[in-house]
Design a binder for this molecule. Sequence first.
Ligand code: PRX
Length: 651
Amino acid sequence: MTDIPDRPAIRTLIDVDPAKAQQVAVLRAQAASDPESFWLDQARRIEWATFPTTASNATFDGDVSIRWFEDGVLNASVSCLDRHLSTRGDEAALIWQADDTAVSRTLTFRDLHAEVCRLANALRSLGVKRGDRVAIHLPMVVEGIASMLACARIGAVHVVLFGGFSPEGIAERLIDSGAVTVITCDTSRRGAKRIQHKTSIDAALKQAGTICSVRNIIVVTVTGDTIPMTEGRDHRYDVLVPQQSPACEPEKMRAEDILFLLYTSGSTGKPKAMVHTTGGYMVWAACTTDWALSLKPQDVHWCTADIAWITGHTYVVYGPFATGATTVIYEGMLGWPQPGRWWEIIDRYQVACLYTAPTAIRALIREGDAVPERYSLASLRRLACAGEPISPDAWEWFYNVVGHQRCPVADMWWQTETGGGMLCLIPDAQPMKPGWATTPLPGLNAVLTTEKGETIPDGPAEGALCFTTSWPGQARTIWDDHKRFRETCFTFSPGKYFAGDGARRDENGYYMITGRMDDVINVSGHRIGTAEIEDAVATCHAISEAAAVGINHDLKGQGIVVFVVARSSKTAPSVALLSGIIADRVGRYAAPELIYIVSDIPKTRSGKIVRRVLRKIASGETENLGDLSSLADPAVVPALIKAVTEQNADT
Ligand code: PRX
């Protein structure tokens, strides 16, 4: 666990509303005394074709089985679109702001419904059936959101892939998910650069070869760049979709039918696809959007996350649309083409709720207070952030400079595995504490355990964050690998869900996340497993061993440092070559800060890499490296420090 700096004490800042606090107390009491009726009440937040008669059927013991609202029948796209047609049909559902300030597009609920139905019919015309997987590899454009909802409409399972994945990373995920269709675009803009989408998909399919099941590719025109098209397999969105009917009967899905797969990184092995099912996920998205963001149908909401991450799924798409709010998406980059771009968007669209990540807040702080001060920001009512710990300083800046001390800040702790927020402030019902993720949301049972998995009694403590009971949004399994799901999440403390994070709890039951306890590195909110980096580097024949660790980074939260051992000092590969291999095999987002070529890596007698020592050396510490007695060869450490010092002097 990381060292914990002193944190400021609890501060009320914005007054707590006694009526709201009382409402939340009643909810919590109901959840504790009668969880079944509590969860069935929450299920009413979304539309069902058949309302479920039972809530939870979940056990974390034995083989682990998680099922919610089992006899309910629904379609997620109906909760997001159809249910709003009579009340908000002509109101804005989605506002797309292009990279170019002068270009934007607003779709009403009726427009978006029609677009989703046309695309759903187009997918059906290509033979996509209920249960088939459809990969989506798009930037932040209307078609990305329409694609997710169109899959939901016909019961296909969407698998959104991050634009930054390398062709190899895409190929791995296309094979693993068994996707039959890909929805992508020509290219997309990233500031002055272009991201290659179609050619990356082509390269991925070539690498995947015959094991890949992709039969069709739908190509959206985003930039108009010329791209190769393969006759019979590739279809232009602009040609295929407009000719379809704007009506599409929603597929009736069972609550436990899969809504989507989403890849994330674990501490070992390849990226894993978390399985989220329809009923429970939708209920949890709706609950948490209400509790943590207090979103109302008339609100304009902007969550800056990419749809390729779970935050984009839950708080760009499913939560806000289930609420009937207006969602803003922005094609461009933070601070591009001018540093005040985000603030301009907030003023232009009168954004009420801004949800972003600490890494973005740190980048915005760097631009100076004068930038946001040039804008009104008077429309903002709520602020939220998630993805990594937010320092009290960054929290204060967000609260003071962006929120003008008027908007509660919800620091939401959660994971791809949890489907929606877990530890979070309920605005107006609780006092805020900068840097603390506050308390478990209603219905959740969080505990801290020792490193041996024993429960620590209530009260101030520090330990491993676990949950003793299930909640509707919980991932059901890892696609095609239930054993890995069980082993990673439920064996640390048998009978409990282990999140992989360490946390501290104070006397008020508030939690502060202290960081990952496993080998996952969080770079700008992107989860990267050390094994992914090490496996990539190991493909270089000149390397015999590699170890990646995370170090503190002012802007990114964490940065990656890699130690590599060359087979021979004469043929040691260059740092540039190794960086290139990581970019090719994992993606540019996993680029290390530093790569050190060393003669050996510290290991235990059983051959396990001792990362705590590497982390300290990578952070510039040469003394107080902790207990080295468990090392197979303690002499490795001084040699390592010497090599690192010499290489630092050279650069
Ligand atoms: O370590 C925690 C960190 O991000 C991890 C989950 O990442 P991911 O699956 O990509 O989901 C992101 C959803 C926000 C967690 O295990 N993390 C997430 N939120 C916070 C956080 N760490 C501290 N504070 C948070 N609010």
